[in-house]
Design a protein around this ligand. Structure first.
Ligand code: URA
Length: 240
């Protein structure tokens, strides 16, 4: 692969920036300054920019802690998107959110360039687990929990058809004004609508785990990091 393509696929420099960096001797390949931006780089060669290793990734997998008020989209005419929270060079990698969280839902959004994997983990038949932390306006009764866990009928609205939710797990807090809910599907506004079906109202919602990968507690809202090798392996297992 050409060095400039390698650098842009790694999300480090655009092709133009790569040419300028080569001229300044900032890029070394196996310890030797790259002579031109179009030299070939083979897998296994050590590439550095300003002494920092540049790792080429065929696909990128990013864990983001989505803040409130940001939309899970690649672009939007009027709203800030999760892509807007990434540095410029990463926005060139054709990343997109794998699944959506509502504008006011916070928590784990996976951003990736891997369309096949994304399609697989979102396929209803894979039942990928998503765990949410929620708070509600009124205390949840035991009956509410049983109803939610057994499956509730969500009424049709302008965005979605009538739908019977699959069995799920609800773990209420002691005060019953919040808890965790584990879903294996992801319909439009699902949890919000499920709570409305038991005459309650969501007051906050955060996704804390996706496909068996927990949101990193070190990530503040708006922050992101690459998935670790273990998390990437777990994600791929989820897509099998
Ligand atoms: N359910 C919702 O109602 N909203 C989300 O963002 C995710 C699940």
């Amino acid at each position: 692969m050409r060095l400039d393509k390698y650098m842009s696929a790694a999300g480090v420099l655009s092709r133009k920036e790569c040419a300028a960096a080569v001229k300044r001797g900032r890029i070394l390949v196996d310890g030797i300054p790259a002579a031109k931006a179009d030299i070939q780089v083979q897998p296994g060669q050590a590439v550095t920019l300003d002494g920092v290793p540049v790792i080429y990734r065929e696909y990128t997998y990013i864990m983001m802690h989505k803040p409130r008020g940001v939309v899970s989209a690649t672009d939007d005419p009027g709203e800030r998107t999760v892509l807007d929270l990434l540095p410029e060079q990463l926005r060139r990698l054709n990343l997109f959110p794998c699944g959506r969280l509502d504008k006011n839902t916070t928590g784990f959004v996976l951003l990736t360039s891997d369309g096949v994997l994304s399609h697989r983990v979102l396929a209803p038949k894979r039942h990928a687990e998503k765990v949410y932390r929620f708070t509600v306006k009124f205390p949840l009764s035991e009956d509410d929990v049983k109803t939610l866990e057994g499956g509730v009928s969500l009424s049709a609205d302008s965005y979605a058809e009538e739908f019977l939710t699959a069995p799920c797990t609800v773990l209420p807090d002691e005060d019953r004004l919040g808890g965790r809910i584990v879903l294996t599907e992801g319909k439009y506004h699902q949890i919000k609508r499920m709570m409305e079906a038991v005459h309650n109202q969501i007051t906050s919602l955060a996704r804390i785990s996706f496909c068996g990968i927990d949101l990193d507690p070190e990530l503040q809202p708006g922050e992101w990091r690459y998935l670790t090798a273990e998390e990437e392996a777990q994600l791929k297992k989820c897509a099998e």
